[in-house]
Design a protein. Structure first.
Length: 417
């Protein structure tokens, strides 16, 4: 079910015309669908059936407070990678006791804050981090619950920048060193071992790499058990892909059914950290065509959104569908959809066959995940406005930035004659 659908020639976001939203709120504009986020989250939640588990939404995919607040009310936990993300979860009404803290570079201050908030688990990525966490926990008289992020060395068959489960990646503890690292953890003060986790990459379109990774972790879990280290939970990370173009990823229900089949009877709670598959297709980026610039080589459509609003095409050569929000009758031609930023890499789409004119609004699909959160102010461009649609209503969930936002905290040097 998609919540961005066509009614005759007009694109709707739930029940609202995207053309009207663009006219009312201006562009570039992020539009999210509350129902789409809710459905995607519930597809995970419902797939658990009565298997004990927790869906920890990966905040980095889309950290808008309204998104986090919606998910918190649906019962979601959260996967965070910084103190800033923890603050957002708390500000949105999320429960810190349902938070797992991932990331290779947790600072002492971040550890302290997370311990005081009472997070569910630290997903530890190295021995050095384990020692630091033990010291911080001791100093604030807390016990840190931990899982080791194990790198199972499986090929996730995804873009190299978002593949994280191979030996050569910076992430996790090599599976061959995991047993030894658990022994170190077991001997450390103020550390309580509760689980094991892995995250092998993002935008995976097959279940096999996930299942292979779980197989390797189950071997480890058995070895630990033989040494008297009994784990309570298995965290399978995020990574389930979505359809941007013609990918056919499994749905959350089929995926989880296979995972549960593998681990049932083992008395292991199942934790997962999906990001993209909850929000990517719940958002679009709306932009207006400023100029059409046909040249001898290529036709450029210069739009008012740019790589600072969505860096995915420039960074990963990511492909996201682009369509006019109101279909006209002119003839389609191939266009390079580019932004105003002074970089050749500033494009949103290449060689797109579209019937467009200056002034038209275009929607870029699949823009709910890793688009706004990776946006910047490059070229002193204010960040876009974000709105959330709920049936017939639209709510501004982040105002468009202004010049004062751009220079917040900056100052001129004192004048010295
Ligand atoms: N857990 C951990 C430890 C992660 O590193 C990530 C994503 C997730 C969960 C969520 O994964 P997801 O379900 O969203 O695939 N910016 C890139 C994606 C980077 C993903 C980083 N880690 C993109 O735009 O494609």
């Amino acid at each position: 079910m998609t919540y961005f659908d066509w009614q005759q020639d007009s694109l709707l976001a739930e029940n609202l015309s995207v053309q009207s939203l663009a006219e009312n709120y201006g562009t570039p504009l992020y539009v999210y669908s509350k129902a789409a986020i809710t459905d995607a989250f519930l597809s995970y939640q419902n797939a658990l059936k009565d298997y004990p588990g927790l869906v920890c939404y990966a905040v980095k995919a889309n950290s808008n407070l309204a998104v986090l607040g919606l998910l918190a009310r649906l019962g979601s936990g959260f996967d965070i990678v910084s103190a800033g993300e923890l603050d957002r979860v708390i500000a949105a009404g999320g429960d810190p006791k349902k938070v797992v803290f991932s990331g290779v570079g947790k600072t002492q201050a971040e550890m302290k804050k997370a311990l005081e908030a009472g997070v569910l688990c630290f997903n530890v990525e190295s021995k050095a981090e384990l020692h630091r966490l033990s010291e911080v926990a001791l100093s604030c008289n807390k016990v840190a619950k931990i899982s080791l992020r194990v790198n199972p060395d499986v090929d996730a068959k995804t873009h190299p920048y978002i593949s994280t489960g191979l030996k050569e990646n910076k992430f996790g503890i090599a599976i061959d060193d995991a047993l030894d690292t658990y022994r170190v953890a077991a001997a450390l003060e103020n550390i309580e071992i509760t689980g094991v986790d892995c995250h092998i990459g993002s935008q995976l379109t097959e279940v096999t790499p996930f299942l292979d990774a779980i197989d390797r972790l189950l071997v480890l879990i058995d070895q630990l058990k033989a040494e008297g280290i009994v784990l309570k939970h298995l965290d399978i990370g995020g990574g389930l892909g979505v359809t941007y173009q013609e990918e056919t990823p499994p749905n959350a229900g089929d995926y989880l059914a296979q995972v549960i089949e593998k681990i049932k009877g083992r008395n292991l709670e199942l934790v997962m950290e999906p990001g993209r598959s909850i929000v990517a297709n719940a958002g679009i980026l709306v932009t207006q065509v400023e100029y059409l610039k046909p040249t001898a080589d290529k036709n450029f459509a210069i739009v008012d959104a740019a790589m600072n609003d969505n860096i995915r095409p420039a960074l990963y050569q990511a492909w996201q569908a682009i369509e006019p929000v109101t279909k006209g009758s002119s003839e389609a031609q191939a266009w390079e959809i580019v932004g105003p930023v002074c970089e050749t890499g500033d494009f949103l789409g290449r060689d797109r066959k579209l019937a467009i004119e200056a002034g038209d609004y275009l929607a870029m699909f699949g823009a709910g995940a890793y688009c706004f959160t990776m946006s910047s102010n490059y070229n002193s461009r204010p960040r876009a406005c974000e709105i959330m649609v709920d049936k017939d209503s639209a709510f501004v969930v982040r105002e468009r930035e202004s010049f004062s936002d751009l220079i917040k905290g900056e100052s001129l040097l004192p004048i010295s004659e």
